[in-house]
Design a protein around this ligand. Sequence first.
Ligand code: DAH
Length: 340
Amino acid sequence: MEQDTQKIVEEAEAEAAKAADSRALYEVKMKFLGRAGKVTALLKGMREVAAELRPAFGKKVNELRETLEAKFAALEEKLKKKEMAAKLSGEQIDVTMPGRRRAQGTLHPVTRVKNELIDIFAGMGFEVFEGPEIETDYYNFTALNTPADHPARDMQDTFYLGEKFLLRTQTSAGQIRVMENKKPPIKILCPGKVFRSDDDATHSPMFHQMEGLVVDKHITLCDLQGMLDEFARTMFSQSSKTRLRPSYFPFTEPSVEVDVSCASCGGKGCSLCKGTGWIEVLGAGMVNRRVLENCGIDPDKYTGFAFGMGIERIAMLKYGINNIKLLTENDVRFLEQFKD
Ligand code: DAH
């Protein structure tokens, strides 16, 4: 018996010494002290021991169990300490290391120009109104003096959504929505997306416009040019000038196209302005009396001017961007150039 227990102790020590971590050690411990373990088996064999020897046998087995438990506990503590040390050194952090900076995004050039336009005109007392992108034929065309058979409808390739609805082709639709609900004096800006079936280096099927509308007593074309001069000086350069050329839009009479002196050559003529010294930037005019009437505003009492410009076009001129596609591709290398 003495030899048996000695052998079990040695065997347990040898196996425990091989355990690489506390989990492996636990397996070894179960092999000896677990329910199916060797020491437990010895206790179960007690029945075969002669009755007078049983107390001494029981005592021996208990001693064996205590010895083994103590040995396992000591080893377990050692292994756990080692494991904790390894874990701590693996998770060590260097608090003096500089933090990781988050990459910072930039405002898209279209957003920048839109915000800048709003700033410029808000400074002159304009308020912002945003109309819906899905419009009715009435607001986009008919109320703007462009009835169904009007040839001016061909000026814009429209995406129709059935008989009545369409994707608005111009933010001018916003003018009608404002004038229907507000009596003069009116001074609003209507920024937003517009849609046309058009696609090349300077046209995209979706782009942004900024509409302006002023209606009050005694408004003249001079007021329009004064405000546009201010816009050109702030947006492009302090020495920028504007020039009005006669044009045609169904909702204005007279209608004009507005050119800004070329900021690239200062008006001398270059490849950007095709040698003319001028660049066309927007359409405008005095609000047609029919349009005022359509909105219940008396054209004999009130007059107004309106203008509409393409935000992408302004951004392209301002930043020297030669292809409108760059504005929708979201290439970070392009967008990063517009950091403050
Ligand atoms: N809506 C016109 C377009 O999309 C631009 C325009 C021209 C707007 C003259 C106006 C205006 O308000 O008076 O081409």
